[in-house]
Design a binder for this molecule. Structure first.
Ligand code: PAF
Length: 278
């Protein structure tokens, strides 16, 4: 496996390689990322090239967020990626990826990008779509794998690829969880041992919300308010806890539609997100 820091070197290394499986990350990797890398390997086969990028993308962080604290653990990440049969790690510097202020941006439609995560993190999806589009141009993958843990992000990327006619197959990777059910996240490292235990409540609250719906209740606002109050009563500061249609994250309209329950909430200083498909 090679660790590459420049666009030119990566393009050279990939020349002549048609099957390229790509996993973009911000590093500080956990088993969830490594499962995406293995999925990319499955997709391109033993002769294909698997590329993971590691880049903490300033564009998707608001000034009050954790850009500076975000752990940079390249040496450890590279070891993990090598063991997961990755071929190339693309780890550009900020100067390499953004040699001048990024004036050209990809702005996803507000109907998808300004709700839920986008409502609480204004500009987040523009930052994500811009860097992912740029990374796609650099890596030119045939397949790219994104985790369902970032459900709305996956939707934003899928739509971008479709609308921009990018010749890339987007695959979704299932959310990796601890044995107790905590969705793996690079930000779990910010949690104390006590908070880690409490963090299990997030997926349990989503399960209870889904159970309420499946029991036949249709007072969605009340169900969501109960879930929110439950988290608040245990010291959380929820941004949203809700049940949405899978295909556009709008409110459920018709019986039998595929749904997803989504939540984002702060526990102490750490903001956690999770979702469960119904
Ligand atoms: O999901 C992430 O880690 C980031 O949002 C991504 C897709 C690597 C873009 O910076």
């Amino acid at each position: 496996m090679k660790v590459i820091h420049t666009i030119g070197e990566l393009r050279q290394a990939l020349a002549g390689q048609a099957a390229r499986g790509f996993v973009p990350t911000m590093g500080n990797l956990h088993d969830g990322h490594l499962a995406l890398v293995r999925q990319a390997r499955e997709a391109v086969g033993p002769q294909g090239a698997v590329i993971a990028s590691i880049f903490v993308n300033r564009l998707q962080f608001a000034p009050n967020e954790d850009f500076d604290q975000y752990p940079r653990t390249l040496a450890r990440d590279a070891e993990l990626l090598e063991a997961a049969s990755c071929d190339f790690v693309f780890a550009p510097s900020e100067q390499e990826l953004y040699p001048e202020p990024q004036g050209y941006k990809v702005t996803p439609p507000a109907a998808l990008a300004d709700i839920l995560e986008g409502h609480f993190r204004p500009g987040f999806f523009t930052g994500v779509a811009t860097v992912v589009h740029k990374l796609f141009n650099i890596v030119q993958p045939s397949v790219a794998v994104f985790g369902k843990k970032d459900y709305q992000q996956l939707m934003v990327i899928r739509r971008m690829v479709a609308q921009m006619a990018l010749p890339i197959e987007i695959q979704a990777g299932e959310t990796a969880r601890s044995d107790e059910g905590l969705a793996l996240s690079s930000r779990n490292g910010y949690l104390s041992a006590e908070e880690k235990e409490e963090a299990l409540r997030l997926s349990r609250t989503l399960k209870a919300l889904i159970a309420g719906w499946q029991s036949g209740r249709r007072d969605l606002a009340a169900l969501e308010a109960e879930a929110t109050s439950h988290l608040q009563a245990h010291g959380w500061a929820p941004d949203y806890v809700c049940l949405r249609r899978r295909h556009d994250l709008g409110a459920p309209q018709a019986e039998g539609e595929p749904l997803v329950a989504l939540a984002a909430a702060r526990l102490g200083k750490t903001r956690l997100i999770d979702n469960l498909e119904v």
